[in-house]
Design a protein around this ligand. Sequence first.
Ligand code: ATP
Length: 155
Amino acid sequence: EPAQPYEIVNQIVGDFQMLYPNFEFELQLQPLKSICLLLPADHWKQIVMIILDNAVKYSTDKKIIELEASQMENNRVQLRIRDYGIGIPSEEIGHVFDRFYRVDKARTRLAGGSGLGLAIAKRLIETYEGQIEMASTENEGSVVTLTMPYIRRKL
Ligand code: ATP
């Protein structure tokens, strides 16, 4: 069934808040209300959880994660997920969606991971005509932008 992104993102953030009580999650999700995304709910969940998991894993002392949605022209909606963590050097950002790629092994070693998360998220979202992009500044943080087609929810 199509994903109801407002409810799903709220539910995932609720779970993360319980798991990581020292983090602050700031939500601007109004544009997700009363829309549906054209992908199965499970796949949307998986994508958002991969991105949030990274945001937590690669945060440092400023434990704030912002989720902000906005509607665009041509029936697409964006969800941006921002952290203030270690960031990614500009020469490595082109590889983060490659399978098994992990930036600077010495630094990411402490936070375990296989380097598959973003490759899976990209593969999934592109299957449904969506896009994923990552922008980052080393030692300042990262922002992942998810873009998906949507339809209005029937009343
Ligand atoms: P997992 O497969 O468990 O998610 P992972 O986090 O290593 O492990 P990806 O999610 O594919 O793998 O991410 C690839 C690499 O991109 C990471 O190893 C990390 O170096 C970098 N990265 C991803 N998200 C962030 C982020 N929010 N901040 C900084 N670096 C990130």
